[in-house]
Each structure stands twice: as C-alpha cells, then as structure tokens.
Design a protein around this ligand. Sequence first.
Ligand code: GRG
Length: 296
Amino acid sequence: MMKEYINEKIIEIENALKLMFNKRHGSIRDEFNEILYYPISAGGKRIRPILTILSCQLFDDDYKNAIIPSIALELIHTYSLIHDDLPAMDNDSMRRGLPTTHIKYGEANAILAGDGLLTQAFEILSTADVDNDILRKLLFELSYAAGTDGMVYGQYIDLYYEKKPMDFEMLKLLHSKKTAALIRCACRMGAIISKANEKDLASITEYGECIGLTFQIQDDILDYIADEKELGKTVGKDAKNDKLTYVKQFGLDGAKEQASIVTEKAILAIKKIETKNTDKINILIELAKYIIERGN
Ligand code: GRG
C-alpha cells in the first residue's frame, strides 16, 4: 500500500517541481534556473513532501493545498544539501548520485543556488491556497524548523564539534535540530493545513520527532555499512573523522536496536491519532518502518 501511495505522490511532487523550474524567464536568468534545478532534478526520496501530504490527508482527503508547502520544504532541504556539501562545510563531491552543485557549477554558483532555493521556498509558500491564519502558522513552522533554532543551529553544532569531543546528550540535540527539525515540520505543516486539533498535532509532532531521529540513526548506520554507489554519496566519513554517531556510541547492533525502539515510539504516537482515515495511519506506520530498513 505504501509503495503505490508514494509512487503516486512522487509523480505529483516531481510535476509541481518541474512546472516551477520549467518557467522561462529569458536571458541569463534561464541559465541560473538550470543551476537551481540541477540538484532538485537529481532526485531524492522526497520523504519530507510526502510526509506533509500524508499528514494533511490524515484529517482531510483533499490535500491539493498541501502541495505548495510540501515543495517549499523540499526546496529548503535541497538548499541545505547544497550548502552542506560545500568545501567550507562537509566538502563532498557526490550527492543524489551526481556531482555536487559546486563541483558541477563552481562554488560561488552553488552558494547562490542554495540562497536562491531557500528564498524561493518562502516565495512559493506565500502563494499557498490556505487561509491567512494558516499561512502565518506555516511561515512560522518552516522558518523555525529551517533556521537558527532548527536546522541551521544543528549544522552549527555539527561544525562546532568537528574537532572537539561531543557527549551523547549533545548528539541527540544535534540530530533533533539538524535532521529531525525539517521532518517534524513536514508532519506539522500537513496537520496544520488540515486543521488538526492540538492533541492530534502533538501526536504527529512526536511521530515526526521520532522518525527524524531514526532517519539520522539509519544515516549513521548506512555511513558505516553502505555501498557508495547504492547510497549516491560518499560513505565512511564519520569513522574517518572520528565523529560520535549512534554506531560509535552503541555499536552496529546497538544502533539498530535504538532505531527499533524509537520507531516503536513513533508508531505508538501515530496510533493515538483519532481519524477515520486509518489507511493513512497505516502508511505512516509503514513509512516509519521503511526509514530504518532503507538502503539509501
Ligand atoms: C547547510 C544549513 C545547512 C544545513 C545542512 C541537511 C544537512 C544540514 C546536512 C546534510 C548531512 C546529513 C547527512 C544530514 C542528515 C540526514 C539527511 C538530512 C540526509 C539527507 O536526506 P535524504 O536522505 O536525502 O532525505 P534525499 O537526497 O533522499 O532527499
């Protein structure tokens, strides 16, 4: 059930992205557009936009007004990958199975592409077909999750501890900010669009936080065991850099066990939601399990 659902929604997400970047502006603006679209068209699992659509559909069958916010989130996610790969940050040459944006177009252009996608996210979000009070909430959710108390702060923590020992509490904070913030935001935005009550919003938030953490634990596991081609990016970097990860803290089996425990927590949270759309609850449960089983 999950596979068909995801494949169907990915088509809609890809089409919406294509439409946005297919627009011709004339002159060198079109060349810039090509740079902006390169990292987006490289693919990616589109987990965040799918989560926004799914969590909207928990409470409302009509999810069309969740597409634009979901795409806004994907633009922010893509900008973060472009900037994370820059020489001044993670200095990576492969992403989504292709040369990173700075390798393909140069460093300055990659910085601009990231800046452009980040800003464009808010531009398109402002056009979402939702009531003004909901739009205000979405603007807050997205900027909070992406910004200086969310993902950007997570990235700062990551860089700060590059050459210093980090304890486990800080590792959890790092994951909550750098990785879970956008995933939690994806879930919250969908539920806000479909006007979920406070109790259900709290449950979907907990679900998002938990799968955000398991997403990162699995990322740690994949960095340790995966094949570079299969993953579409450089692997083994954590061990090489002697970074604290779930695998370093708990060992490979221990990290897998931690991921299972947190997945169960996510499932418990999602089961608390009262909705007639139980098929969407089931897909979210399948998705939580997929996150710790995925190979890329
Ligand atoms: C530069 C402000 C700034 C933030 C960067 C996203 C990020 C923060 C760093 C990327 C490094 C990393 C491995 C982060 C944790 C997990 C993660 C976000 C992986 C990539 O997300 P996926 O697997 O990627 O959803 P796709 O390509 O499928 O969209």
